[in-house]
Write a protein that binds this ligand. Structure first.
Ligand SMILES: Cc1cc2nc3c(=O)[nH]c(=O)nc-3n(C[C@H](O)[C@H](O)[C@H](O)COP(=O)(O)O)c2cc1C
Length: 180
């Protein structure tokens, strides 16, 4: 898929067919996503790919702050990818102090780039995805048995698209840029 076309045609997909996404395909998507740039090449994003219906149901029921919208997406997805980040590296100097005034915000910055790279790679393989920011960090961490060295950064539901969503309107390019 041509790059600009891929960027422009990727959509948040929230309705999926019953077809499974194989672990091999998920691995291919993550193989591409690991090429996302990171703070000092620290490569701290990590993926927990959940295709167990039981665990997905548990996250839908207990891990999305009671939001029926997100619970429904998870229950209908082929798999739920939990994007996690290793703590205490992005944004830090070796002595543990922050490198910049943004403190540890770079950790989430890296997770965001990783998430978009993941979604674009998924799109390339015909797999639909939606990033979800509304979830209960502690509950999701508990359900997947995450240890203290990592945080949950985002949830990404994936599956083969049951429909092609209409592209939400974008502002004109002129609103995004100021040349000096
Ligand atoms: C950080 C982030 C959090 C999001 N959280 C949710 C969410 O909790 N539930 C959901 O249905 N969509 C969520 N979305 C998807 C956005 O609604 C979607 O990207 C936006 O409407 C633009 O549509 P598009 O992705 O098809 O271009 C999220 C997207 C981002 C980047």
């Amino acid at each position: 898929m041509e790059l600009i076309e891929g960027i422009k045609t990727r959509r948040s997909v929230r309705q999926f067919t019953d077809e499974k996404v194989s672990r091999e395909t998920i691995e291919k998507i993550i193989d591409a996503a690991r090429f996302a740039p990171t703070w000092k090449n620290s490569q701290t994003p990590r993926y927990v790919a959940v295709d167990s219906r039981e665990v997905m149901e548990k996250i839908a029921e207990e891990g999305v702050m009671g939001r029926a919208h997100n619970a429904g997406i998870i229950k209908g997805a082929a798999a739920l990818v939990i994007l996690t980040s290793i703590k205490g590296i992005c944004g830090y100097e070796p002595d543990g102090s922050f490198t910049t005034s943004k403190g540890n915000e770079w950790q989430m910055f890296d997770a965001g780039i990783a998430a978009q790279t993941f979604c674009l790679a998924a799109h390339n393989y015909g797999v639909g995805s939606v990033i979800m920011g509304i979830f209960d960090e502690k509950e999701v961490g508990r359900i997947i048995g995450l240890d203290d060295s990592r945080v949950v950064s985002a949830l990404i539901a994936i599956g083969y698209p049951a429909q092609e969503p209409n592209p939400p309107k974008r502002k004109d390019v002129g609103e995004f840029v100021r040349f000096i």
